[in-house]
Design a protein around this ligand. Structure first.
Ligand code: ZN
Length: 299
């Protein structure tokens, strides 16, 4: 199934529900950054969480940045997700691999580390972005983002994130966010019910792998609570805003002497985009042109 995000409401608008399938974009990230199994799960969960958080923003162009900085060997995760359904991200040490945890699952918590912080930045495209920091709960990402929503945004939420990686690559990835909105937030029983229903699902990827669609999953959770699935299907994809022009612009900042060195010693220059792994090349002729621009002065 294509990567997609679907929204729903229930309980007369008291519950907001959003689900995402992110299998292909997680596989693309895995290939681009040559991620290990555990790094794939960590980045896939973080990118999916970013897309779920961005989906509640209103203004076109809004984005959410998540930065996870724990004390584990993975060395940090970054994801940049937009309301438009695009996402990009990377991890500090993509090749880190760990034995499975006690439940036989990829040990994301140990790879990330339990001691550290989750930084969240919401950018609506103008003014100062809204940023917030919370301590990590488990490093498993889902718990950490739920904790952020409860403490920084005062929203009771239930979040599920899952990435299934096999020898063939990522075969299922996605997530689901249920939020109890302020008008229903006092209803503790409701929050309790939702949390226990989510817990009873025992994982998101098994549902996807058994052929369940997002509306099927919504129905299982909220079918008896006045579920209303919104008809819009938002497509999701891995996308980075880097371009060759930006790469050349960055090279220009090195100055004439450094560019001259690159021509003489390396016959050109090469750079890799941190966010998506794209490799850009500049030939000696390109560099000579940049030197010409610099010598001509600001136009
Ligand atoms: Zn890029």
């Amino acid at each position: 199934m294509a990567d997609q995000l679907i929204r729903a409401t229930a309980a007369d608008g008291g519950i907001r529900c959003v689900g995402a399938i992110s299998t292909r974009l997680t596989e693309e990230a895995r290939q681009r950054h040559r991620l290990s199994y555990v790094a794939t799960a960590a980045l896939g969960r973080t990118m999916t969480a970013g897309l779920l958080l961005a989906s509640s923003m209103k203004r076109p162009g809004s984005r959410v940045n998540l930065r996870v900085k724990g004390d584990g060997p993975l060395g940090g995760i970054f994801a940049d997700a937009g309301l438009d359904g695009t996402v990009r991200g990377y991890v500090g040490n993509p090749s880190v691999e760990l034995p499975p945890n006690a439940k036989g699952k990829l040990d994301v918590g140990r790879a990330v580390g339990r001691n550290g912080y989750l930084y969240v930045v919401r950018d609506v495209g103008y003014g100062y972005p809204y940023s917030s920091t919370v301590e990590l709960v488990s490093g498993e990402i889902g718990d950490d983002v739920t904790h952020y929503l409860a403490t920084s945004e005062q929203t009771a939420s239930a979040l599920m994130l899952g990435v299934f990686v096999s020898k063939q690559g990522v075969t299922a990835a996605g997530g689901l966010l249920l939020q109890v909105l302020p008008k229903a937030a006092n209803d503790e029983e409701l929050v309790e019910t939702l949390s226990s229903r989510v817990a009873a699902l025992s994982g998101f990827t098994p549902l996807l792998r058994s052929g369940k669609t997002l509306p099927d999953i919504f129905d299982r959770l909220l079918g008896d609570m006045g579920l209303h699935v919104l008809p819009e299907v938002q497509m999701l994809r891995f996308h980075c805003r880097c371009t060759r022009e930006r790469f050349l612009g960055a090279l220009k900042l090195l100055g004439v002497a450094e560019l001259q060195d690159a021509i003489e010693q390396d016959d050109g220059a090469e750079g890799t985009c941190e966010f998506c792994g794209e490799v850009y090349h500049a030939s000696s002729a390109d560099l000579t042109e940049l030197i010409g621009d610099l010598q001509a002065g600001p136009s």
